[in-house]
Design a protein around this ligand. Structure first.
Ligand code: FES
Length: 168
């Protein structure tokens, strides 16, 4: 596991190596994303300042590569499998249901910061298709109804925890 100090070292090292080649921006942005979980404004600002690349260009690189995020991930990161086995078992319907239930599209995060939805090619449990992962937990043989139930349960839990925290 990479420690915070290790990540910072990595970032500083990349910055030190930076020689103005456009490709070098990518590892820098990658380091920032590893550190924060996304590329925050302050990192863009910092990278632009140190490298001399205009902020608009740094933004351009971020939006060009889908691996970069400008927003933090939600508390629950959903990875909906859209690999072959899941696809033939109706993963599209599952993904559509999640988008509808959460009011976001693939790649998005709910406004309350609770859910992020991504898709993946195969999680490795094809026999349970269609499958999603929520953080480290696998949920298989889903139907639109069961996935809605699952998401509502998590929402309910989060709400209850929030109320408890507010009351306590
Ligand atoms: S295709 Fe979905 S788990 Fe393999």
């Amino acid at each position: 596991m990479i420690t915070t100090a290790g990540r910072e070292e990595n970032f500083n090292y990349r910055l030190w190596r930076y020689d103005g080649a456009p490709g070098e921006l990518i590892p820098l942005l990658q380091s920032a994303q590893d550190h924060f979980g996304y590329v925050p404004r302050k990192a863009i600002n910092y990278i632009a300042g140190v490298t001399g690349v205009p902020e608009s260009e740094v933004y351009g690189v971020i939006t060009f590569y889908s691996q970069f995020r400008l927003q933090p991930m939600g508390k629950y990161v959903i990875r909906a499998c859209d690999g072959t086995a899941c696809h033939v078992s109706g993963s599209r319907m599952i993904i559509d249901t999640i988008e509808d239930e959460l009011g976001i599209e693939v790649g998005g995060t709910t406004e309350d910061g609770i859910f992020t939805l991504n898709t993946v090619a195969c999680i490795g449990c094809c026999s349970l298709a269609p499958v999603i992962m929520i953080n480290d937990e696998t949920h298989g043989q889903l139907t639109p109804a069961s996935v809605r139930k699952l998401l509502r349960e998590l929402r309910r839990r989060e709400k209850a925890a929030g109320q408890k925290a507010a009351a306590g």
